[in-house]
Ligand binder design. Structure first.
Ligand code: FMN
Length: 187
């Protein structure tokens, strides 16, 4: 299954990018995860939405062609980072590539709350008319990686906390089932 990952941090040593990379490696037998280059996207400009820059067209195509989307979000000021919101806004106009697309949300923070506030905002965004993603039902499936500084190995840049990895394994399997269910409903 082809998955496009949107990672909301541009920071060199980003925990969220490390989480995405961990998932790409760990689930490579089940999922082909490609991390989108959100740094390359210009700011959303409504004057350009009908004929956006090629990099935006390519980004939208990568979502359209994916079986599902993995959103890996930091929390900035109790919400989603602008870089992620900007990327999502591009997808919500003209060809609305998120509509009906299975989405899994995960997030990591050095803080205690595990990005829950950002993820709650993200749920609203993903339900808006221009997006209408099929979000993996959050009950029991929230992946909130808190105290990230203790759970990632700085030398390898990977998530190493065993109980978090076991939890993630279970949730990824549920997401794979969910993608199958959404596909069967859409055909
Ligand atoms: C502008 C800004 C706002 C932040 N606000 C929050 C916040 O509301 N909640 C939180 O848990 N961490 C917050 N943080 C700390 C981030 O969780 C931390 O910088 C984290 O490492 C960012 O994710 P990354 O490692 O993937 O870059 C904030 C950081 C920045 C730069």
């Amino acid at each position: 299954m082809k998955i496009i990952a949107l990672v909301g941090s541009l920071r060199r040593d980003s925990f969220n990018m490390q989480l995405a990379t961990t998932m790409k490696d760990r689930y490579k037998d089940k999922l082909s995860i490609e991390v989108a280059d959100l740094r390359a996207l210009p700011y959303f400009d409504q004057d350009e939405e009908q004929n956006p820059p090629q990099v935006v067209k390519d980004f939208k195509t990568s979502i359209a062609q994916a079986d599902g989307v993995l959103i890996v979000t930091p929390e900035y000021n109790w919400s989603v980072p602008g870089v992620l919101k900007n990327a999502i806004d591009w997808t919500s106009r003209e060809d609305k590539v998120f509509i009906g697309k299975p989405v899994m949300v995960v997030g990591a923070t050095p803080g205690a709350m595990g990005t829950i506030r950002a993820q709650l905002h993200l749920r609203d965004i993903l339900s808006s008319p221009g997006i209408q993603a099929k979000l993996l039902p959050p009950a029991s499936n929230e992946v909130l990686v808190n105290f990230a500084a203790q759970k990632f190995d700085a030398s390898t840049g990977r998530l190493v906390d065993e109980s978090t990895l076991n939890f993630l394994d279970a949730k990824v399997n549920i997401f794979i089932e969910f993608i199958g269910e959404v596909k069967s409903l859409n055909v």
